[in-house]
Ligand binder design. Structure first.
Ligand SMILES: NC(=O)c1ccc[n+]([C@@H]2O[C@H](COP(=O)([O-])OP(=O)(O)OC[C@H]3O[C@@H](n4cnc5c(N)ncnc54)[C@H](O)[C@@H]3O)[C@@H](O)[C@H]2O)c1
Length: 269
């Protein structure tokens, strides 16, 4: 198995590189930013910008599976659209299309929980629900998932979309007790997607084994993802913290829903 990882110099990419080290014939580590250390045996470090389709196509040559992490990992506070358009929309299309042109058979897409951010907290959603993005960032990830469906159905690519929760060393606020995903669980999830014998298209939540989770992977048990970390182990840290802001506490997406909100919460069922 020859892997290409985009965004390999980023926070998830660095953890993934370490977690998968030595397990595949090749890991081609790609990013705009330099790698934290030079290539070891079985690794290649390749710098390119995912907004450049020709460079992306060349980088995908000979690759079996792309893990696409590169992009802006949050809703920018200013000029969100101008920043998200090249990296998360054009760049995402380029990586799917470069993969098709280069004959890549499997594509693992780092989507986000913000695809379903406007579901209410009391509703636990599965992987089949309609999208309810809470931000332009979340809407961009919906576009990426739609591309995944397209490339699976039209081009026979195996596509996994990972709705990643809050990837942090530990939960940083009350919401993240429910949304946290540890490094160990993230590596396990991505490795299971790389190693799964065959699939067409699926969505899975990248979340640890948190008691108060908003999401269920019912229907995706076949993947064998068994998270071991638990956000609730950190609950004590937030015991004396004030409760979340009313609007933030209403919906899955928390602060992403509240940012720039001028709608009517009573209309959001
Ligand atoms: N961290 C989280 O909690 C979280 C949650 C949900 C989804 N995700 C998604 O996972 C992915 C990785 O997140 P992360 O936290 O590691 O982010 P990160 O910002 O640490 O890493 C992203 C990497 O992408 C690279 N990049 C950005 N634009 C690029 C371009 N045009 N060409 C090439 N490389 C480019 C950056 O240099 C960076 O190293 C992102 O797509 C993000 O949306 C992350």
């Amino acid at each position: 198995m020859k892997l290409l990882i985009t965004g390999a110099s980023g926070s998830i990419g660095r953890v993934l590189r370490d977690g998968l080290a030595g397990q595949y014939e090749l890991m081609r580590l790609t990013d705009l930013a330099p790698p934290p250390r030079s290539a070891a045996r079985g690794e290649e470090c390749v710098g390119f910008d995912i907004t450049d389709l020709d460079a992306a196509t060349a980088a995908c040559a000979g690759i079996d599976c792309v893990v696409h992490l590169a992009g802006i990992p949050l809703e920018p506070k200013e000029n969100a659209w101008e920043q998200l358009l090249p990296a998360n929309i054009v760049g995402c299309y380029n990586m799917f299309e470069a993969s098709r042109r280069s004959g890549v058979r499997r594509f693992i897409f780092a989507s986000s929980n913000h695809v379903v951010g406007f579901y209410r907290r009391e509703v636990i959603v599965d992987t089949d629900v309609l999208p309810r993005p809470d931000s332009l960032y979340g809407a961009g990830k919906v576009f990426g998932e739609a591309l995944g469906r397209l490339y699976a159905d039209k081009h026979g690519m195996s596509v996994a979309c990972l709705r990643i929760g809050s990837f942090r060393p530990a939960p940083e606020d009350r919401r993240q007790l429910a949304t946290w995903v540890s490094a160990e669980d993230t590596v396990q999830l991505i490795k299971r997607c790389i190693d799964a014998p065959s699939f067409h298209f699926f969505v899975v939540y990248g979340v640890s084994n948190n008691e108060g989770t908003f999401w269920t992977n019912r229907g995706v048990e076949w993947l064998g993802y068994e998270p071991h970390s638990c956000g609730d182990d950190y609950a004590e840290r937030f015991a004396s913290h004030p409760p979340e802001d009313a609007l933030e506490g209403m919906f899955h997406g928390g602060g992403y829903c509240a940012q720039g909100f001028d709608g009517d919460p009573s209309l959001i069922d």
